[in-house]
Write a new protein. Structure first.
Length: 555
């Protein structure tokens, strides 16, 4: 047996559970796994997988052992854990196209191992419930540990707080990809194989685990290199194509895939949608102490992977057209996919202020999310939150524990009609939050970063200027439906019309186009809450089954 791992030595997570991260399989489980694996004996020191190389499979140890390791900045091997008989390798990367974050090699002579390909692992996860739950539990805990490591994942070279650097940080963080920020150094100081003459390239840059460096990468390029996105096969006809990975889209994906439907999800940024940027959701059923939007989204994403959902992250849907018995989706970066049914769950785009210099200071003091990353920029400073809904209230309360003071600006006369009572009560009793009613920002000023905000009270006409470097905009959103190209009926505000006389079938989620449904915030007259979005996403799959049962969606 392997020596029980020391959680503090393996990972820098105080509450890390090594028993959950590195469990032992039973003999019966090994017997089942053999149906999905090939058995082979390996010599001591045989390389099984390498960080950054996509061709990684899962290995189960029968005899001998495996060492999991990483390389430090001096290119020296640093052992993470040694696994023994009845244990197994891998983490969440095995359930999608991500290359491994760490390397593995045999640590004993004549090690007999079961090798399971990624394709067979996905089949095993669908077929063997008890084994799948044990593996999934281990994979989740291992990813938690790896995210805490400073030597796994990628290196981000740039200056903290700069717009382009922050954009990459936000993308990596929201997708749960391990990374560390290095300031004041060029990639050549860390990566020995940087091409000569490129050490003066403009930053930010991303140092990959295989030694390559991406200078000022676009988000799609970075997503492709890290395997965060899975490029859909244009020749594959998916049963369900979900556009949008907010709560509604993720719920639809989980229920579709768990019921045996081949499912792909298209998402422009990261799983979670706007809900994924919420600092805390306290009225979602089953979480009495609340949960952050990002954690909730991550759990749903992992659950989707368990059932075999494919994700095209960092890709926007730019058009859809009916074909013979299916629908063809056009995505950004010249990608196409086909689905027998389409579920529109694109939610909404952040609404922007009509204020002078707004675009100049986006990600340079003006933010549309209040997660821990953004909150770090305003510790002990005075900050402004704009908006009167629940998202604004959650942000104000979250920031009030970090900032010196929070000014909550709303256009209306009171919060009672737009905010849940539990949030309103806490805001009214907080000594660190001031609510300014009938107030709007008119201008923002500063040099390279935001330095001053001017607002006006519309009732009195009095203007006030405040020295601050942080503003959070939570003023609602507009429906993200421009990609539907006039094919699907929209209401006067741009939300998708469902049900009614024009629907292709009489269900609450059917549009006027056969096989296309809409759920969540993007749907006209929907309740804009996470719980209702999840409910709609799960229920719509029964409509899809009925649509298929009537012979539709077949070319």
């Amino acid at each position: 047996m392997a020596t029980p791992p020391d959680p503090q030595a393996a990972f820098d997570v105080p509450s890390f559970r090594p028993d959950m991260a590195f469990p032992y399989l039973t003999g019966d489980m090994i017997g089942c796994i053999r149906n999905y694996a090939t058995e082979r004996e390996y010599d001591l020191g045989t390389q099984l997988s390498a960080a950054g190389q996509r061709e990684a499979d899962m290995f189960v140890i029968l005899t001998g052992g495996i060492e999991v390791y990483t390389m430090d900045d001096s290119n020296q091997l640093e052992s993470i854990i040694k696994l023994g008989p009845l244990q197994f390798t891998g983490e969440l990367n095995l359930l999608n196209d991500q290359p491994p974050l760490v390397s593995a090699r045999t640590s004993a002579p004549n090690s007999r191992l079961l090798r399971i390909s990624r394709q067979n692992l996905r089949q095993l996860m669908r077929d063997e419930g008890d084994i799948a739950n044990l593996i999934m539990q281990a994979f989740i805990w291992r990813r938690i540990g790896l995210v805490s490591q400073t030597k796994t994942g990628v290196v981000l070279f740039g200056k903290e707080g700069e717009a382009e650097t922050l954009k990459l940080q936000q993308f990596l963080s929201r997708n749960g990809y391990p990374h560390r920020l290095v300031q004041g150094q060029s990639p050549a100081h860390v990566h020995s194989n940087v091409e000569s003459g490129r050490d003066h390239e403009p930053l930010p840059a991303i140092g990959l685990s295989d030694g390559r460096v991406l200078y000022r990468p676009t988000i799609p390029r970075l997503a492709d290199e890290l395997g965060i996105t899975e490029i859909p096969d244009a020749s594959t006809l998916y049963d369900v194509a979900v556009v949008g990975a907010g709560p509604a889209g993720l719920a639809a994906a989980v229920y579709a895939a768990s019921e045996g439907l081949s499912t792909v999800v298209v998402e422009g940024i990261a799983p979670g949608g706007q809900a994924g940027t919420s600092s805390k959701i306290e009225n979602y059923l089953g979480f009495p102490t609340g949960i952050s939007g990002q954690r909730l989204a991550h759990r749903a994403w992992v659950q989707s992977l368990k059932f075999g959902v494919r994700f095209a992250i960092a890709r926007e849907a730019i058009g859809v057209e009916p074909a013979s018995g299916f629908h063809r989706l056009a995505l950004s970066e010249h990608i196409c996919l086909c689905g027998r049914s389409v579920i529109v769950a694109t939610g909404a785009r952040y609404r922007k202020l009509n204020a002078r210099n707004l675009e100049k200071f986006e990600n340079q003091g003006v933010y549309y999310a209040a997660t821990a990353m953004e909150a770090a920029f305003c510790r002990n400073n005075e900050v402004i939150v704009v908006g009167g809904g629940n998202s604004a209230g959650q942000a104000a309360l979250f920031l009030s524990h970090r900032a010196a003071h929070v000014y909550l600006l709303i256009r209306g006369r009171a919060l009672a009609q737009t905010m849940s009572q539990y949030l309103l009560s806490r805001i009214e009793t907080s000594q660190h939050i001031s609510v300014l009613t009938e107030t709007e920002i008119v201008s923002l000023a500063g040099d390279s970063r935001l330095e001053e905000v001017t607002w006006i009270n519309r009732r009195t006409g009095v203007q006030t200027s405040k020295r601050t470097d942080t503003v959070f905009l939570m003023i609602g959103a507009d429906p993200n439906t421009q990609w539907l190209n006039g094919l699907v009926n929209l209401d006067e505000k741009g939300f998708v019309k469902t049900g009614g006389r024009d629907a292709f079938e009489q269900t609450p989620y059917a549009t006027n186009i056969a096989g296309i449904y809409a759920v969540g915030d993007v749907r006209s007259a929907s309740v804009k809450r996470v719980a209702s979005a999840v409910g709609e996403g799960s229920v719509v799959i029964s409509d899809v089954h009925r649509y298929f049962a009537h012979g539709a969606g077949v070319n």
